[in-house]
Ligand binder design. Sequence first.
Ligand SMILES: [Zn+2]
Ligand SMILES: [Zn+2]
Length: 307
Amino acid sequence: MTFAVTILGSGGALPLIKRNPSSQVLNIHEKLFLLDCAEGTQVQLRRNRIKFQRINHIYITHLHGDHYFGIMGLITTYHLLGRTNELHVFSPGPLEEIIQLHLSASNTELRYPLIFHTIDPEISKIIYEDEIVSVTTVPLAHNFPTCGFLFREKPARRNLRKEFLADREISNGDLQKIKGGADYKDASGEVHKNKDITLDPPKPRSYAYLTDTAYHEPVIPIIKGISLLYHEATFMEDKAKDAEEKFHSTALQAAKIAKKAKVKKLILGHYSARYRNLGSIHEEAKSLFPSTIMADDGKVIIVNHDE
Ligand SMILES: [Zn+2]
Ligand SMILES: [Zn+2]
């Protein structure tokens, strides 16, 4: 089952030729979630051959333009393409009013239901859940109401041991119960403990998208032990003062959060336009947290079960 992140935009506030501002697509079991939607996102979706009509959920971290200026265009494109599916938009702040003003100014009545979910960026809670995933808000420390998002895959059902199945006929109803964790009583009345006849399913995977934020330790218990963490790294440590004043992080601070939260892997992004070469940012983070990779426009990061 797929669990992968495609980076559409890895840059900070200023769009560069090879570095768009923030946007990513998370694919969990072929369900697509769009995380932030900066300007340029539509073109990036096409360039990366994402079937973007299949996106039904958009999560916006905050209303600084480099995280949402592309959403109006995308909403309009869906309208022009004759979309009929619901589109759910989760965001702190008055995004609904902003979009309604655009729509009424152009006298547009959308052909599909656009549903807003205004979220409270001050508290961590589950804001969406279905049979494969839950989404939790992660309050961040920016100069503006901002929250990150944590995606957790739901545990898979248990797998039956092949040797147990070999010469038995088990009804489909019983099979489903066993996969759900129930013990099994066979025709002779013998009870087989679930743990003796099944194997543990693969460990659920998880991904947190944390941008924009100053160094903020309260996120650590929320993201403890996750498979993959995206953490902004707008600056390097020699600009720690700038980072603090602008409520952003350095690469070393991102690595510190990853290390303290014992995450399996870290991706950095939201680099300031001042850094044309990203090698030293990477080195800075790796000096503390070796399993660090760099976000890059078009990069796909696949999360495996053993990570
Ligand atoms: Zn930003
Ligand atoms: Zn911001």
